[in-house]
Design a protein around this ligand. Structure first.
Ligand code: ZN
Length: 207
């Protein structure tokens, strides 16, 4: 390692400058390695604390994001009275109880009230809340509430189905058990037919 060429070293420097790893966080990760019986000095682990720190910051970047900022001006006046739904939005989050990943899909629908949102913004709103320590139930509610606040639609429905590594890896439950949560607002809550249509569309994915 002491023989690293100068060019190589400067390349690494610019790479780390982009991520700005938090040195305090890295020091904690190094201590964590020691406490689980590892040797943080061995070759494969030397850069692990900095990598984990940078990775953790990225995976929790949702704390610095705001749903209405993410949507920006991608809201349009439009008379459309029917349900708009984006299904199978990929989702990666981390459970706040074990700091282990949970991942799956979100299905988001709403019925507008004169305003529609750019469709590509829905996955970004999901990410604002997924990229932090979460419980799936709260995240589902937060996404529904954010869209209610931003769009003031006639109704919103959110279904999330996810696999939790804290259950799968620790062998607490069956490996294939999937957790499904839903949150509804407005006509999705009050009108049986609307809710039924939404849930049918959300679950009609052949698995
Ligand atoms: Zn957990």
């Amino acid at each position: 390692m002491s023989s690293t060429p100068v060019a190589d070293r400067s390349a690494k420097k610019s790479a780390t400058a982009v991520h700005v790893p938090d040195e305090e966080l890295a020091a904690l990760v190094k201590r964590q390695l020691e406490l689980i019986g590892e040797n943080p000095g061995r070759e494969g682990l030397v850069k692990t604390p900095a990598r984990v720190a940078a990775s953790l910051k990225w995976l929790t970047r949702g704390y610095d994001l705001d749903a209405s900022d993410v949507v920006g001006d991608a809201i349009f006046e439009e008379q459309h009275d029917n349900m708009i739904m984006v299904r199978d939005i990929e989702l990666y989050s981390m459970c706040e109880h074990h700091m282990l990943p949970f991942f799956g899909k979100a299905h988001v629908a709403y019925i507008p009230n004169g305003r529609i949102i750019g469709l590509s913004k829905l996955p970004r709103v999901v990410d604002v809340f997924a990229r932090r320590l979460q419980v799936q139930e709260r995240m589902t509610e937060q996404i529904a509430q954010a869209l209610t606040d931003i769009l003031q639609p006639r109704g919103v429905g959110v279904v999330i189905e996810a696999y939790h590594l804290c259950m799968m890896m620790r062998g607490v439950q069956k490996q294939n058990s999937k957790t499904i949560t839903s949150a509804v607002r407005g006509v999705f809550r009050d009108d049986y037919k609307t809710r039924d249509e939404f849930l049918r569309l959300a679950h009609n994915n052949g698995g």
